[in-house]
Design a protein around this ligand. Structure first.
Ligand SMILES: Nc1ncnc2c1ncn2[C@@H]1O[C@H](COP(=O)(O)OP(=O)(O)OP(=O)(O)O)[C@@H](O)[C@H]1O
Length: 243
């Protein structure tokens, strides 16, 4: 059964289209890469999926539940969605606001009302998983770009979401850090998570992506292909290399 079901989904900013008429389903456990040029709509789709914005047109169902402005106006329901769908933002500064890394990672589980011992366990587990244990007493705002990405991911994982949305998670990382991030995402997928990641760098994501949604400059998804389908389409691969 589809985890995410989009029908004719569009989003308009005041003066421009962000996403044009997208219909698709995503099943549990998929690793989906959103590919396309700057401004093509990848971040807009992630914002809609995370419930940070609601569609101008069309419908979005998550686990068969209609996610619309009425649903998101209910604070309890909104929190439930944010627990199930975690997002690592392109600009991690917008999601790091606690005085220490450990408090940052503890924040979400505390909001869920988990016991102090469960919160401590999640903090330790997620810091270890993201190789961030040595950062636990640091001020998030003062971390390097790569460190911030790891801590942002740890804070999202601490909620144990079913779906991970990642907006250009490899930007600004060294080659070694990119590899570590991709390996971790593959491990998370193997553990049952659904991964949806925006990127404009095909070479970086090709080894891990199992399905590729390709956006064009007009904010349409023009191709929706599996990795093996893509392997038989050299023209499409060449197009992705030039994003
Ligand atoms: N806050 C905003 N206000 C107005 N227009 C916006 C806003 N955010 C995005 N847009 C516009 O919506 C379109 C889609 O943008 P979006 O950020 O989704 O693209 P993207 O594919 O994620 O780009 P990038 O690769 O540069 O991150 C673009 O034309 C962009 O200029």
């Amino acid at each position: 059964m589809a985890l995410i079901d989009l029908t004719d989904l569009s989003y308009d900013y005041p003066n421009t289209c962000g996403l044009a008429s997208l219909s698709l389903t995503i099943n549990p456990g998929e690793f989906v890469c959103l590919m396309g040029p700057n401004g093509s709509g990848k971040s807009t789709l992630l914002r809609l999926l995370s419930g940070l914005a609601t569609a101008t047109q069309g419908t979005y169902r998550f686990n068969q539940q209609l996610i619309d402005s009425g649903y998101l106006a209910d604070a309890v329901k909104r929190q439930q969605l944010h627990q199930q769908i975690g997002m690592v933002f392109q600009n991690t500064d917008v999601q790091l606001f606690n005085p220490t890394v450990a408090e940052e990672v503890a924040f979400g589980p505390q909001q869920l009302g988990l016991s102090p011992s469960e919160v401590t366990k999640r903090v330790n587990d997620c810091l270890a998983l993201t190789r961030s244990a040595d950062l636990r007493d640091r001020v998030p705002y003062q971390l390097s770009g790569g460190e911030k990405k790891r801590v942002a991911l740890a804070s999202v994982l601490a909620l144990n979401p079913q779906v991970l949305l990642l907006d250009e998670p490899l930007n600004g990382l060294t080659i070694a850090a990119q590899q570590q991030m991709l390996t971790l995402l593959q491990q998370l997928q193997a553990a049952g998570k659904t991964i949806i990641m925006a990127s404009h760098n095909f070479q970086q994501v090709q080894p891990v992506g199992q399905r590729f949604l390709i956006f064009n400059a007009d904010h349409h998804v023009t191709a929706d292909v599996t990795a093996s389908e893509l392997a038989t389409q050299p023209d499409l691969q060449a197009q992705l290399m030039t994003l």
